[in-house]
Design a protein around this ligand. Structure first.
Ligand code: MLT
Length: 324
């Protein structure tokens, strides 16, 4: 008697769970972008979620929750309900570099999230104010060293992509500039254009248009090959700093415990977005690198996060980064 009741109860729970996932989503989904609007993470998020919203049949609403290099927003998602209605766009900073810089980080990138999928690779560009009288990387580095006590570098908070890749660059040229933190490299770029700050290392999707328009100066891209989006921008190898090789990435995560069915639905919507001609065109025009099919699965992202966290810790320690 009891056994058949229990069996019936389990079957009911399972069928309710399955029907919940089958009907998901039945209301708008919130995607936390842990940086200010208008920056690279926000831009990648808005481009891919436009198509994802259509294929899911519910709006994905972007909510910018900035602070602490992206860890404030990431913590919010790590502790959110795992019902599939709160997800985030994380990246190499929030889910790679942050643990090395925040010993008391309130989340573990590898344990407190369900990886959904990689959205875009975002090569790093060394970019300066157009007011600085240095038209190539070598003369720019000479200018920085000659003005070491005066120059300043913008970034999006300790542990962000622009902060961690900036530390790497500064350590390679033996420079300790004044650091100017922002809630994202969107606002930082405004001050780079106006000359309030001197340089930053930022994700290509944020600076392509401004470099093309001459509002800021691209000095080199830190990837082995030039970007089709900026064919005239030399690589760091061509520009005389071959060891500075670094690329960032942006990826979607859900809270730990989000069901596989829901994660798979979100991953399918992301994959469809990245296969959509218009979405692809917009991302490629900004210099993003699209994931291959192999790189597009939740399992691949889960393994990749573990590799990134392990990679960045020694790199940042060697570069003299201090934990917060
Ligand atoms: C942003 O969206 O502002 C950037 O991803 C911040 C950073 O990590 O540099």
């Amino acid at each position: 008697m009891f056994k058949s009741l229990l069996t019936g109860l389990v079957a009911t729970v399972l069928s309710v769970g399955c029907s919940f996932a089958q009907s998901y989503p039945t209301k708008p989904i919130v995607m936390i972008v842990p940086f200010a609007a208008g920056g690279p993470t926000d831009v990648v998020a808005r481009i891919v979620t436009e198509h994802m919203s259509r294929s899911l049949g519910q709006q994905i609403v972007i909510e910018n929750v900035a602070g602490a290099g992206g860890t404030t927003g990431s913590t919010r998602v790590a502790t959110a309900s795992n019902d599939g209605y709160t997800i985030m766009m994380g990246h190499m900073g929030t889910h790679g570099a942050a643990p090395a810089l925040y010993p008391n980080l309130k989340y573990d990138p590898s344990k407190d999230f369900e990886p959904v999928g990689l959205a875009a690779g975002t090569p790093i560009i060394i970019v300066s104010s157009a007011k600085i009288p240095a038209s190539d990387l070598k003369s720019f580095i000479a200018y920085l060293k000659a003005n070491a006590t005066k120059v300043n570098q913008a970034h999006a908070g300790v542990g962000s992509v622009s902060h961690s890749t900036g530390i790497l660059f500064n350590s390679m040229i033996d420079l300790k500039p004044t650091q100017v933190p922002y809630k994202g490299t969107g606002p930082a770029l405004n001050d780079l254009v106006s000359g309030q700050v001197d340089y930053m290392t930022d994700q290509i999707v944020n600076v392509v248009e401004q470099i093309k328009g001459g509002a800021v100066r691209g000095l080199a891209i830190a990837t082995p090959e030039r970007s089709p989006a900026l064919p005239d921008l030399p690589t760091t190898k061509e520009a005389g700093l071959p060891d500075y090789q670094v690329s960032a990435w942006n990826a979607i995560f859900a809270p730990k415990g989000t069901s596989k069915d829901i994660v798979d639905k979100l991953n399918s919507a992301l994959t469809a977005a990245l296969a959509d001609d218009n979405t692809k065109k917009r991302l490629l025009e900004l210099g993003a690198v699209l994931p291959s099919a192999k790189e597009g699965t939740p399992a691949w992202l889960g393994d990749f996060v573990k590799i990134e966290v392990a990679r960045w810790s020694p790199v940042l320690k060697a570069a003299g980064a201090t934990a917060n």
